[in-house]
Design a protein around this ligand. Structure first.
Ligand code: PMV
Length: 335
């Protein structure tokens, strides 16, 4: 294929898992041991513009105003090369990408980042793919990106095939299905974490004696979570999400050497959530491979929780989110 020069822009929102993905059965194809369920968020997204051209001599990639290098560059180039191979194209790409939240805020940008890159780059390469195929390809960049192609509530089906063609994100319910469900992302410690999720997962699978138990109990969490979402049962959703996150962290804490993503501020926030519940304000927390706490609650309780978060010195900032849109094209390019 010669002479491609279409500039394509895509937007993908990030997602937070309510039943987590933790552990790969295939590290190359990024195939998980367990299925996971997430909510795509309305407020946090990545916008990416891609242009392939025969006149470029190398891939030029800028994220949030900076030319990326090192591991981040290698990983992004690997993704572009995979997509080029599918399209049988030999040129290079210029990629400009922007997150609408500070990358250093400690919110995972890889989910929205690889989903936006996959949609924009495949379109620019004239590959017109459906959402299932886009999700399968986004997954190759970052597992959680497979869930950011769809909006609303999404299940990443783990699949059983060794080629990974049955491992993709599938919609469970649209964003309008549950409009008063809120997820408040708190920023507690914006510093970059020491162990990324990729290395953390491997360490857990290889060394945690609790990993087997995690896998034995996750299917029940998935069943309960699907029921909670379909029936809009907040108590079931929140309690299942909170216990699932704590179980994932129990596998992390029991690796050798131990993997501890929590900071003192994380524990303060977990206690705040539990004390809210004791006072009759129903809310639950979830936490990923980093110190930030995400609070699940219903809209009616958002003002009460916001007021308390503004008083806590541990909370640097917070963003109140709801279920958001699927990945989509935009006609406002970044260059
Ligand atoms: O896909 P990754 O490498 O960003 O891993 C995501 C891991 C967790 O955020 C901890 C859980 C999840 O399902 O998103």
């Amino acid at each position: 294929m010669e002479g491609l020069k279409t500039k394509i822009t895509a937007i993908a929102n990030t997602n937070i898992a309510l039943v987590k993905y933790w552990g790969k059965r295939d590290t190359n194809l990024i195939l998980p041991f367990n299925s996971s369920i997430s909510m795509t968020l309305d407020k946090l997204y990545t916008k990416t513009t891609v242009e392939f051209s025969d006149s470029y001599r190398t891939h030029e990639i800028m994220i949030d105003g900076k030319t990326i290098e090192g591991e981040e560059y290698t990983r992004t180039v690997k993704h572009l090369e995979m997509l080029k191979e599918i399209a049988d194209y030999k040129g290079y790409a210029k990629v400009i990408s922007e997150n609408n939240f500070p990358k250093k805020a400690g919110i995972a940008s890889s989910a929205s980042g690889f989903a936006a890159l996959t949609l924009s780059a495949t379109k620019a390469l004239n590959l017109n793919l459906d959402k299932k195929d886009l999700s399968i390809l986004a997954r190759r960049g970052s597992g959680s990106a497979s869930r950011s192609i769809e909006g609303g509530f999404v299940e990443w089906i783990k699949g059983n095939q060794s080629d990974g063609l049955d491992s993709y994100g599938k919609s469970l319910a649209s964003k309008d299905h549950w409009s008063d469900l809120a997820l408040i992302v708190t920023i507690l410690d914006p510093r970059k974490k020491k162990t990324g999720s990729r290395a953390g997962m491997k360490q857990t699978v290889d060394t945690s004696p609790l990993y087997k138990t995690w896998l034995e109990t996750v299917d029940e969490d998935l069943l309960q979570m699907k029921k909670a979402i379909l029936e809009r049962n907040f108590t079931l959703l929140g309690s299942t999400a909170e216990l699932n996150a704590l179980k994932m962290h129990a596998t992390m804490h029991t690796t050798s050497p131990p993997l501890m993503y929590w900071k003192p501020e994380s524990i303060v926030l977990m206690e705040e959530v539990m004390s809210f519940r004791e006072k009759g304000v129903e809310c639950y927390f979830t936490i990923d491979a980093g110190p930030q706490i995400k609070i699940l609650c219903l809209d009616k309780d958002v003002p009460t929780i916001e007021k308390r978060l503004s008083e806590l010195t541990e909370v640097k900032s917070f963003i109140v989110c709801h279920a958001g849109d699927e990945a989509r094209l935009s006609n406002e390019p970044l260059f």
